[in-house]
Design a protein around this ligand. Sequence first.
Ligand code: SAH
Length: 216
Amino acid sequence: MIDTYKHKGLRKQLVINIKQKGIKEENVLAAIEKIPRHLFLDSSFIDFAYQDKPFPIGNGQTISQPYTVAFQSELLKIKKNEKVLEVGTGSGYQACVLIELGAKVFTIERQKDLFIKTKTFLPSIGYRPRMFYGDGYAGLPAFAPFDKIIVTAGAPFIPEALITQLKVGGILVVPVGEDIQTMISLEKINENEIIKSEHGTFRFVPLLEDKADGQK
Ligand code: SAH
C-alpha cells in the first residue's frame, strides 16, 4: 500500500474543500483525512482521487463524491460501537468512513464482481466490515435490528424492510428519487412512528430491484 506525503497533502486539501462546502463534524473530517481514497480507484486514475467528485469504479458503478459520503455520514450521527447497515458497498469507501467513526459495519452489494473485488481489497488495507452479496431492498433480517442504516444508491422509494430493521431511536439515511434524489433522514421514534426530514438533492446510481445476480 503506497500512501505518500503527496497523497496525505491532497487529502488535507480535500478536507478543507468539503469543510468549505459545509461539513462540520470533526470525526467525519478526520476519517476523510485518514482513508487513502486513491487506493479505491484504478491506478491510472489516481490523480482524480482527491478531487471532490464521484468516480467510475467499474461495472457501471461509482465511488460517491467525498462531500456526499461526508454529508450522509454526518446525518447518521454515529456513536461508537453502533451497528450500521450499508446498502450499496461499491468500492467500500463509505464503509471505511463508517468504521473510522467507530461503527460495526454490515454492508450489502448486489453486483457479484464488485462484491468479490471489494471483499478482497478492504482487508488488504486493514478494514474489515461484514460484507454480504445480496439485495439491499431486503436488508439483512438475520442481523437486524440496526442502530443506523445508510443507502448509497438512489432508491425509487424507501424500502419497507429497512424501516422494519431499524431500532427504535435509530436513523435511516436514504437518497430517494429516480433521476435526481432528495436526501432523506428518517428517525424511528417508536414502533409506529417515524419523523422524516429532507436535506437537499443529490445524484446517485440507481438502487436496482430484483436482480440479485445483477450483471447490469
Ligand atoms: N458506497 C459506495 C458507493 C456505491 S454506488 C462507495 O463508497 O463506493 C451504489 C452501489 O449500490 C453500487 O455498487 C451498486 O451495485 C449497488 N446497488 C445497487 N442496487 C443495489 C441493491 N438492490 N442491493 C445492494 N446494492 C445495490
